[in-house]
Design a protein around this ligand. Structure first.
Ligand SMILES: [Zn+2]
Ligand SMILES: [Zn+2]
Length: 429
């Protein structure tokens, strides 16, 4: 091992030890930085019946550990604590916020995670690229001012060390030390109608409130062919009106809002600013930056400085977001390899096709069904059982036609009938 790494690692361990020893006494943080109360209260009830409370060592009894590795909801609540860019800086995938949250950690301070409601251990996760920031804050660990010709090697070593701290950072008695969340804990449920329908409606309606802002934005979406799905205009026309409570399914604003909602975004307003918000990766997008008149400060460095910015509904999610990332979505079966946006679009498209068929069947008479069949020649369905088959209808038409001919010959009418067989059918009745 190169000397530089060894030195760095020694310093790192030392710093870590001191951090762990101080934190195990009593974390003293301002109340504003405490983890949301909902996180600890919502889990404490479930936890008590399932997990073992660590042996009491004569001191005041401890709260049950915040151990709920099966809960997607509580995993998201932990992940949300990492969403502030000033508290948590981007990390390599192996030690990203998803990994820490998966193992029970919440972000409690700048690049600092803690096992709240559990063993209360803390780990400062600081890498080389955090150096400038941490130096400024005086909280740098593992790296000092020494020159290094191989920063990436040191970083790799740090990443490995932090990977082991994901587990070993917990005390050995902590249940999070034994097991974390299962691999698909981030999976978004977008297939079950009882879940996707109310959630899509909620997102859609929140976005309709931002119509004037979203209307003029350039957006990039999943190509509908690749998602094996229908465009939003078609979806709006085909789904029952109560799915979205949409009074005017032909409106362009409605189609735009649906498109954005299908990519997992909801609309929100914060201090008068219009935002898109993702409840899976907690990304927030300020819509004012995508307005036609908005001058970007970074525009000069962009290749298309004269055009307005494009709102990429997929790419704006954080890398790990299941709306964008099929690895974290972890879908199985025929949907495997698809992200949540693609799956939802496919699911809603299938639903819309089914609904269209049902309403067609209910509203058309057998004769209309037959007429439609003759007009466009491509009907998606077979007629329902009460309607006669095409062959039967043709047979009946022939019989009527020959009856009519005989009738005409009785009256010695020589003119050829100019009407179509379909109309003759009606006359003959
Ligand atoms: Zn712990
Ligand atoms: Zn997201």
């Amino acid at each position: 091992m190169p000397e530089a790494i060894a030195t760095t690692k020694r310093k790192f361990y030392k710093a870590l030890e001191s951090l762990n020893s101080t934190s195990s006494t009593r974390p003293s943080e301002p109340a504003t930085k405490r983890v949301r109360r909902s996180l600890s209260t919502s889990t404490s009830t479930r936890v008590s019946s399932v997990t073992k409370v660590p042996e009491s060592n004569g001191e005041t009894p401890r709260k049950p550990p915040n151990y709920s590795p099966w809960s997607h909801e509580i995993f998201l609540a932990r992940l949300k604590t990492y969403s502030s860019v000033s508290l948590w800086h981007p990390k390599p995938e192996a030690i990203s916020e998803v990994e820490w949250a998966r193992r029970g950690w919440v972000c409690v301070d700048v690049n600092t995670v803690a096992c709240r409601g559990g063993c209360e251990k803390r780990v400062v996760v600081s890498l080389l690229f955090d150096k400038a920031h941490d130096d400024a804050n005086g909280s740098n660990i593992g790296v000092d001012g020494e020159d290094s010709d191989d920063e990436s090697m040191r970083e790799d070593a740090l990443v490995k060390r932090y990977q082991s701290l994901l587990v070993d950072g917990h005390s050995t008695a902590c249940p999070w030390h034994k097991a974390g969340c299962k691999d698909d804990i981030y999976h978004l449920q977008v297939v079950r109608p009882s879940i996707w329908q109310p959630e899509l409606k909620k997102r859609y309606q929140s976005l309709r409130e931002l119509d004037p802002i979203i209307r003029d934005v350039n957006v990039t979406t999943i190509p509908h062919e690749s998602a094996n799905s229908l465009p939003p205009e078609k979806l709006l026309a085909d789904v029952p009106s109560d799915l979205l409570d949409e009074a005017d399914p032909t409106s362009k604003d409605a189609a735009r809002a649906l498109d954005v909602a299908l990519h997992g975004w909801r609309g929100s307003q914060d201090s008068g600013n219009d935002l898109l918000h993702c409840d899976a990766c907690f990304q927030r997008v300020g819509l004012w930056m995508y307005q036609p008149g908005y001058q970007q400060s970074r525009a000069s460095s962009d290749d298309d400085e004269d055009s307005m910015a494009t709102l990429d509904l997929l790419e704006l999610h954080r890398d790990h977001c299941p709306w964008r990332n099929s690895d974290t979505q972890k879908a199985s079966g025929t949907l495997s390899g698809l992200n949540a946006s693609q799956i939802l679009q496919r699911v809603v498209s299938t639903y819309a096709r089914e609904q269209r068929r049902k309403s067609d069947m209910a509203s058309r008479t057998p004769q209309q069904l037959e007429d439609d069949d003759q007009v466009d020649g491509e009907d998606l369905y077979a007629p329902a059982s009460p309607a006669p088959s095409k062959e039967e209808v043709e047979q009946q038409d022939k019989e009527r036609e020959s009856k009519l001919k005989r009738l005409k010959s009785l009256f010695s009418i020589k003119r050829r009938p100019t009407v179509k067989p379909g109309v003759v059918t009606k006359v003959g009745r």
